[in-house]
Structures are given as C-alpha cells and as structure tokens.
Design a protein around this ligand. Sequence first.
Ligand code: SF4
Length: 244
Amino acid sequence: MRRVIDISAEQIAPSSEDILKQQGVPPGAVHDEPTLTAAREAIALWEHLSQPVGIFAEIAIHEFAQVYTGDGRNEPETPLPHIYQRADALALFAVTVGHDVEQEIRRLFETNEFPLGAMLDAAASVSTENAADVVQDKFQMHLSVAGGWDRSMGIMPFSPGYCGWRVSGQRALFDTLHPEEIGIELSDSYLMQPLKSVSGVLVAGPKDIFQFEDDFPFCSECATRSCRERIMSIIENQPKADTR
Ligand code: SF4
C-alpha cells in the first residue's frame, strides 16, 4: 500500500501560541501587541504559501531491516530495532510544506526582516510536524480499515538523524520510498529540500513494544528527551481510528 496524502492548510495550520512556543516562549506568557501582530502576519503568509503533501508506503519487516541498516553507520545499540522487529506493520513516510514558504523565509532573512522571518520559520516547522501527524493518522486509519488495528496498539514515528539512526540512513529511505514524487529531494549531505520536510518510519504494534529506557550512550546529548512524552502518549491515548 503506497499512498500520496493531500493535506489541506486548514488541517495543519499553526496557532499564534504554537509559533511562540516553538520560539521558546513559555505557554501562558503575556505577549505585547507587536509580537502577536507578527505571529498573525506569519500565519497569513504561511496560509498563502504552504503546499502541504505527504506520502506513506507500507514495508515488510525484513525489507525495513535493509533500509535501517543503510550504509552501516548507525550506533551499535539503538531503540528502533527492538521495536520494529516486534511490530505488526511498518510504513515509510515523508511530508513537506513545500518550497514557496521556505523561499519566503530566506527572502525575509536576506532583507533583514528578522522578526517576521523567525515567525514564519516557526510556523513552517510546527505545520510540518502537524503534517506528519496527519500522515500517521491516515496510516492508522488504513490499518483499521484493513482489520490490522485494535485498541491495544500504538504508532510511533522514528526518523534518520535521531536516536542512533544516522542521518545517512536517509539515502536508503529515499531509494525505497521515493519522496521525489511529492517534491522532496535529498542532497549529498543528506539534507532534505525543502528543509521543512520530515521523513522516517511509522511503527505500529502492541503498546508494550514501545517501552524503552532512555539510557543509550547518545541519550546524554539529547536535549528534548522527546521519547518520554511519545511513550506516555501511546500508553495513555485511545487509538483515534477506533473512534471514527
Ligand atoms: S533520550 Fe533522546 S536520543 Fe535517547 S531515545 Fe529518547 S529521544 Fe532518543
């Protein structure tokens, strides 16, 4: 199953609060009017320029093992192999909000319009993450329709460049998924173009396979520890596809 996902701007639109949080402003902080005006202006620009689209393609565990191994530069011990080898379903995925918004961010910085440029950059980052959530929901709905989903399951995304999966793994991922179909290219230094893109693997399986300790050697350099929140979300949340 390989699917291109049309994503509407409304589905992934960032709020002013999202944009300010992305820039490190604590939730509930009082903002001055110029800051809020810049955030609203960035949202209006983003709505005009964004071209969100995504793709996912199911992949068998033994095929993903080759993608994950890639050029053999991953850390020796990482959480992902322990999880994907016990999964019920896997899908490679990629999303982007397109080139136009990125060109406008670059133009704003080049013309010294830093506040608006930073706001638009934050809006593009938040909306790209939101687009990845939309593709994850579509994969979950696909599993539900196919009878491969129940309330004991969860889905967790993993991306090259994080948690011991080297960014050079993007090459094998691109060679298998071909996100060029939705306008995402990979540079020789493994950067995606547009930069506001996310790619990786969606791992679906029993909730308990996603429990792991954050004590790998590379975890000491991890600023976000985002795996803790993602694990809690899977354990606590009701599966969405079951309630639609
Ligand atoms: S602590 Fe950070 S690097 Fe370690 S597994 Fe969690 S998210 Fe990945």
